[in-house]
Design a binder for this molecule. Sequence first.
Ligand SMILES: [Zn+2]
Length: 573
Amino acid sequence: MSTQCEICGQQTDSNGCKYCGDVSSGEATIEIFWCADCNIPIIKAVGSIDRNICPLCNGNTSFVSVDMRPVFPEERLLIEILSGKPLEYLNKSVWASKNRYFIDGKSTPLITDSYRKKSPQKISEEMELYKERNTYTFFNENIQRFIKANKTRLDYICHEAFCFIEETSKNYSQECIVTSFSGGKDSTVTADLTIRALGNPSLVHVFGNTTLEFPSTIEYAQRYRENNPLAIFKTAINKEQDFYKVCEDIGPPGRMIRWCCNMFKTGPITRVLNSIYPDKEILTFYGIRKCESVTRSKYRRVEDDAESLKIHRQKVASPVFLWRDIEIWLYILSEDLDFNDAYRMGYDRVGCWCCPNNTLKAQFLSQIYMPEQSEKWRNFLIDFARKIGKPDAENYVDSGSWKARQGGNGVAAANDIKIRYTNCTTENNAKVYELNKPINDSFFELFIPFGIMAPELGRKLIKEVIIIDEKTKVPIISIQPFAQEGYEYSVKIRTMNVKKHDELQRTVGYQIKKYNACRRCLKCESLCKHGAISMTKNDYRIDSAKCMHCKMCVSTKNLDGGCLMERCLKTKV
Ligand SMILES: [Zn+2]
C-alpha cells in the first residue's frame, strides 16, 4: 500500500521511505559518545550494537550528548578570557552543545552570566594579546582523530544525501536546479553535496544578501565565488531600501513583526528567481534542518506547498534535513571545506546581525567583533524606545524587551493603516475614503484584482473609473475622485450588481490601506503567482495583462488586514 512519507512527503510503501532511507525512519537518529582515550566524540546511530565501542581504539565510550559542535580556538580563547584563564584549554578537546561546553568530555558550565562582567573592548584587547600563541595545532590533530573515528557515519549520511538529491532532481533539467546560499554552515554543506551529487560545478547559486550580514559572511561569499569559478552565482539584494530609514519610519523589527524578512530576504530572492525563471518550475536545494527550531520542524524534507515558503513555482528540498550540528561539522571538516569565520568566533547561527531572534550570546559577540555597528544599533533602539515613550529606554533595550514589541504604538506611521471613511449620503453602497496623498494611476490599478478596468464606461466629467466583473462583464465598482469636507484627499467607491456589498467594500478597504500604508516590503510582489504586482521606486503597480484575478493579494489568508503593515503598525485601542 502506498502512503506519503511524513518526513519527505514522497510516496512510499510499507517498507519505509526509499527516498529518506533509514536516516529518517525515526526521530532521534544519533547519540554522541565520548572516547576518553582518543579524547573525541563518536557519533552512533540510536540503538546500534557497538554504540559503546570506539572505532579507533576499541576502548569503551560513554554517552555525552545528543548533539555537539566543535569549539574553534578563537571561541575557546574567548571563554578562557571570560573565566580569567587565557590558553588554559589550548591542548584540550573543547566542544559545545547549546549552552554547555565540554572540555575533554566533561560538561562544564561556563560563562553565560559572565558576559556582562568584562567590557567588550577589554575582551577584544586581551584576545589580541594572546592571538599569536592561540594556535590550531592541537585543535587540528584532535579534529583529524574525530574525522577518522567517524568515517563510517560520514560515508553513510553522504550516500543517503546523494541518493536523495539524485532522486529528487530526476524530473528537472540541470538549469532549473538552484541552491540557496546564505553563507551559513548548512547551506555550505548543501551546496557542496548538490554539486557533487549532480556532478555539476555550474550549479546556479542564489545568495540572499540582506544588507545586514556579518562582515565575515560577505567575505566568505566572496571567497566562495573565487573558489567555485564555474558556479553561476546570483546575489539577491534590495538596494532600494535603507534598513535604518525603514526602522525610523515603522519601528525596528520584533520577533513577531519581522517585516525585514520580506523586504530584505524573500522579496529580493523571489525577484531574482522570477527574473531567471520567468515561467519555469524550479527545484531549490536549501539547508533547512528539522532540529533547528520548532517552526522549522513543521517543514518536510521536500516541500512544494508554496504557502509556507513564500516563493512560488518552486519545490524546495533539503538534503541535510535530518543532520545534526555534529554531522554538518563532520562533513565540513572532513571535506576540508571553507566556511564562514563567524563560527570560529562562536556564533551558533549566521544571519542578520540585528535580528530580534539572535541570542544574548550572539549580541555579546557582535559587541566584540563589530563594535561600531552594535553601538549604532543600540543607540538607535534607545532613541526609538524614548520616542515611543518607554520609561527606562536603556534597560528596555539591554534586557532585550525591544524584541517583544508588537504593533505600532507610538509610531506616527501607524495612522496610515487606519481606514477612514464616511458613508455616502446620496448613493447606496458607496463610501468616501480618506487618502493620505493625491490619486495617481497606481491607485486605479489597485482595483484590477477585482475585475477589468473599463474607464470608457465611467462618466468623464467626474473622472469616474468603472471596474467590470471579468466573467459577466457587468460593472461592479465605481471609483470617483471626490472632495469631502475634512479630508484633504478622498475617493468615493460604490459597489453595484453584487450580492455581498459589505464584503466587497471590506476588500476595497484593504486596497485603500495599501495605497496609504505601502512601504514596499515586497510581500505582495512575492505573493503574486502571475508576476502581476511590482514595486517601482515609489509605486505599487499591477499589470492588467498579467493579473488573473485570483485575489490572492486581497485575501486575509495571505495578508492580515490586506497589507503586511497591518501587523507591523496596528495599535491597541
Ligand atoms: Zn578511542
